[in-house]
Design a binder for this molecule. Structure first.
Ligand code: FAD
Length: 438
């Protein structure tokens, strides 16, 4: 099989184009791209990062296909920007745009949720009681945050009583900054958490801790804050080398790791958080608590019979081949983005490398041949460690670091250029990806 890197220019070239201006980004389309005549009915669930990008690429490759995309949300959320909003560095509007504005002509947007999937009958029913038959189905509804799993927590608490939660969306990220900024000014005990499930952008909880520590130290001065990072296991990041680097940075910055501490309950009135630990439950008082709820596939997916039966059974990720993202039991079904049941890849950067793989296999299936593109697990996260400094951490399924700029940007160094990747280049790259141009 050919690697996806062989059918597209290197990541380095892509990022170079991005930084050099997106006008030339169309040049990264596969040279072999030709419009294929077909009457195939393609249904895509979710017009987020993955669904939108794929739909826009397919419409450029196929002639005569019926491409239907389902999404009840009129707002497209640029989620990597939430970390900047929650640190007071961008307004909420930085992350918000209209879903429909990203979709090219030739794509039919149905503003309804997929409510039921029948992979045997090959139909999807919607919240508006419509039913769509498909020849190919792409499942890309992202994931859901299970707030009820944390006793005492609900979204209306965000921004009050020292509680932050930047994952649920733009307004919550802005409210998170309200609570966090009070902490940076007043001082006290800050606790930063992450869930024990798989999660999107596992760097985001760390980024929030680092940025708030940096701002707190600049605002109130050193010594006024006691900060804890509650990790779900005995490491701080999935890659041992990155975990060790984060541990060293935490040590320098006075952030205490609390290993194997999983948030299970809060008492907002008393400002007490309860953590499950291997030694039993333990309570910690806080002045600021950042909550990230457990993450699971949406119910429509979990009830569809498309999930893994023997892995992630409490989370329901879709059972796909990790190299092709094709369903292992229903070959006309693919999963993309956060919902895909693969060991890595819940980032927008992963989506950028997953989408051309699904495009390749789907078009090959239409043409009655085998596709050859491979997704290698590429995942990336510009890990912001201070305002103005980040580490550009990139890796694959095998935990290999896969730097885009070897010899130029060291992945484990805190650099201004890596900060620019997150603050400036990432959104431009993301937007080009949405348009199907990258
Ligand atoms: C705080 C935070 C920081 C992040 N930082 C980074 C970063 O720095 N770098 C990076 O690469 N990635 C980052 N990510 C991750 C990245 O945003 C996601 O991995 C990416 O958006 C996943 O794309 P997706 O299409 O799978 O899901 P989404 O983009 O979430 O889109 C899913 C879409 O499906 C729709 N939907 C849901 N249910 C249904 C249904 N039943 N029927 C129809 N439609 C449905 C939703 O409305 C949504 O539009 C971050 C995420 C967060 C939350």
């Amino acid at each position: 099989m050919k690697s996806i890197n062989e059918i597209q220019p290197s990541r380095r070239a892509f990022l170079g184009l991005t930084l050099g201006g997106l006008a030339t980004a169309a040049a990264v389309r596969p040279a072999s791209a030709q419009r294929v005549q077909t009457k195939a009915r393609i249904v895509i669930i979710g017009a987020g990062a993955a669904g939108t990008s794929l739909a826009n690429r397919l419409v450029g490759r196929l002639d005569g296909a019926e491409i239907t995309i389902l999404d009840p949300s009129t707002e497209h959320l640029y989620q990597p920007g939430l970390s900047l909003v929650a640190a007071g560095l961008k307004p909420a509007s930085y992350t918000q745009s209209n879903t429909a504005d990203w979709l090219s002509k030739g794509i039919t947007l149905i503003p309804e949720a997929a409510a039921a999937i029948d992979p045997v009958a090959k139909t999807v029913s919607t919240s508006g009681a419509q039913t769509f038959a498909y020849d190919f189905l792409v499942v890309a509804p992202g994931l859901v945050l299970d707030h009820d799993a944390i006793e005492g927590f609900s979204l209306d608490l965000v921004g009050t009583n020292g509680i932050g939660a930047l994952y649920p969306g733009a307004q919550y990220a802005a409210k998170t900054w309200e609570a966090a900024s009070k902490f940076t000014e007043d001082g006290g005990v800050g606790i930063f958490t992450r869930p024990a499930t798989e999660m999107k952008c596992a760097g985001a909880p760390l980024k929030h801790a680092f940025l708030i520590e940096d701002i707190a130290t600049r605002t109130a001065g050193a010594g006024k804050h006691e900060m804890h990072y509650a990790s779900n296991n005995n490491s701080l990041f999935g890659l041992p080398i990155v975990s060790e680097k984060v541990r060293m940075l935490f040590e320098d910055r006075g952030i205490t790791p609390q290993y194997s501490h999983v948030l299970k309950a809060i008492e907002p009135g008393r400002k007490i958080a309860t953590f499950a630990t291997p030694e039993g439950d333990t309570e910690m008082g806080y002045d600021y608590l950042h909550v990230i709820s457990p993450q699971r596939a949406p119910d429509v997916v979990r009830q569809s019979g498309l999930s893994w039966a023997d892995k992630w059974t409490d989370q329901g990720w879709v059972e796909v081949d990790q190299q092709t993202l094709r369903h292992l039991r229903y070959p006309e079904v693919f999963a993309l983005g956060d919902v895909a049941g693969v060991p890595k890849g819940k980032t927008a950067a992963s989506v950028k490398w997953q989408v051309p793989v699904v495009e390749d296999h789907l078009i090959a299936a239409i043409e009655g041949r085998e596709g050859n593109a491979v997704y290698d697990g590429y995942t990336s996260c510009p890990l912001m460690t201070r305002v103005g400094r980040a580490m550009l951490v990139e890796f694959d399924y095998h935990n290999n670091l896969t730097p885009s700029f070897p010899g130029i940007i060291a992945p484990l160094e805190e650099l201004w250029i890596s900060w620019l990747m997150e603050e400036v280049a990432l959104k431009a790259t993301y937007n080009a990806m949405l348009r199907g141009k990258a």
